[in-house]
Design a protein around this ligand. Sequence first.
Ligand SMILES: Nc1ncnc2c1ncn2[C@@H]1O[C@H](COP(=O)(O)OP(=O)(O)OP(=O)(O)O)[C@@H](O)[C@H]1O
Ligand SMILES: [Mg+2]
Length: 169
Amino acid sequence: MSADTGTGRGEATLPTTEDTEALGRAFARDLGAGDLVVLDGPLGAGKTALTRGIAAGLGVEGRVTSPTFIIAREHRPGTRPDGGIPVSLVHVDAYRLGEAGGGGAVDMHDQLDALDLDTDLANAVVVVEWGEGIVEHLADRHLLVRLRREPESDVRTAMWEWVSGPAAR
Ligand SMILES: Nc1ncnc2c1ncn2[C@@H]1O[C@H](COP(=O)(O)OP(=O)(O)OP(=O)(O)O)[C@@H](O)[C@H]1O
Ligand SMILES: [Mg+2]
């Protein structure tokens, strides 16, 4: 993986899960408190695998998993392999936002507000799977990563760019 993640935008071909995790580790070198990462891509595209790499690159505690019932999980700061300032990671899976909790429809935006991600962002890197179109307002800019699957193969492609959010426009 020869992607230069420091230039703000780019793309990479990711033949294996390890390559996707390595891309996440490369992103982590440019991430600190207040940074928002939005992950787009279909089921199984590798969003959680990429998040695992970001977590490894930030050196945070705890295993990154695909949450079944939890919508957001906070990983405490640890030692950063890049020697940077330790920071926590909040991993959000927005796929389930808006799902009815047994009763009537739950408003997605109410659920999002209840997560207090804007408070988290003061001290953490926030990574949101399925976050496109719902979390961009939380920060002046965000790193948007689009993951795609090649049909009938393990190969994924990633395209990323830092995008100015509505707050900055
Ligand atoms: N090149 C690759 N990059 C990432 N994952 C890969 C790759 N090749 C195979 N895989 C496998 O595909 C699966 C990706 O799962 P992952 O949970 O990361 O996807 P996801 O985008 O988070 O899915 P969901 O939308 O369900 O949350 C894993 O089982 C992983 O091992
Ligand atoms: Mg996932």
